[in-house]
Design a protein around this ligand. Sequence first.
Ligand SMILES: C[S@@+](CC[C@H](N)C(=O)[O-])C[C@H]1O[C@@H](n2cnc3c(N)ncnc32)[C@H](O)[C@@H]1O
Length: 293
Amino acid sequence: MSQALNITSKNRQHYNERYKNVSIAGIEKTLSRLDAYLDEVTVTDTSWVAMFRNDFRNQLQGKKVLELGCGDCRLVAVMVALGAEVTANDIADKSGDIVAKINASGILEKPIGFVQGDFLKAVFPAASFDLVVGKAFVHHLTHEQEAAFYQKIAQLLKPGGEVRFVEPAVNSKLLDTLRWMVPVKGRPSSLQTKKFAHWKANDPHPERDNSSKHYKELGLNYFKEVEIIPIGALERFHRLFPKSKNNRAFRKKAYWWESKMSLFIQHKLARAHTVIFRKPIPGKAGNLSVQHS
Ligand SMILES: C[S@@+](CC[C@H](N)C(=O)[O-])C[C@H]1O[C@@H](n2cnc3c(N)ncnc32)[C@H](O)[C@@H]1O
């Protein structure tokens, strides 16, 4: 089996298992207090802070959005509640089950569209999306898959459209090595060699480059404009006191403190980054299941 097929099937298995008991009660609760929910997570939780920067919340009304790797579908539901028309895609069939439950519940005025399976085989009309987004998604792709995804996304974006990914960033080998040494829930320390090897064999992440430099260089093959915004240089240290009552307050302040650091340091120490692509480069069409009119 090729590396890409192997990693995709691992992801499918892993996330079908993870989402098999996901109820939509959490999403219903989120939507019932949407403003309060967003006021909190968009200043405290890295992936939400990074996705919602630059007034993303107020840009969604009336937009056609494609979300890749929608997972537990919370972000899709939120984007629809904020007025977007969203098509979601995931390799996990369970994400489709969650979408079906949300749509049947009537909690959203407009239904969520869902395309299960391989994005590269799914047929979409060219230039049909204002926004293509993914949260903690691209780092699950091999470099070969990632390049094919960018090539196809470039053809699906409307003129003036934007691609926005929020991904873990690895810009310092030293920090990365230290990070693996600290055990987290469900993942042993790299110092526990046997347990770590067992965990790694079942891990759905491919070996790949997650640096900001990699995203920039690959993105520039398909888009004229690439913007990378780092986050987490200080916030990342909240993991050292996960149970403290000051943990969330620290995270909020940390984003402000780190914004005062030099950009070089912010990049070097970043835990994650918002990767933004604009202005697709025309003429990169291949056999990528895009309907050109
Ligand atoms: C870390 S989860 C993130 C889920 C969600 N976006 C979130 O922020 O919670 C990664 C998601 O990407 C999906 N995924 C992995 N490889 C994929 C692929 N080749 N095509 C589509 N989805 C994929 C997984 O099934 C999983 O739902």
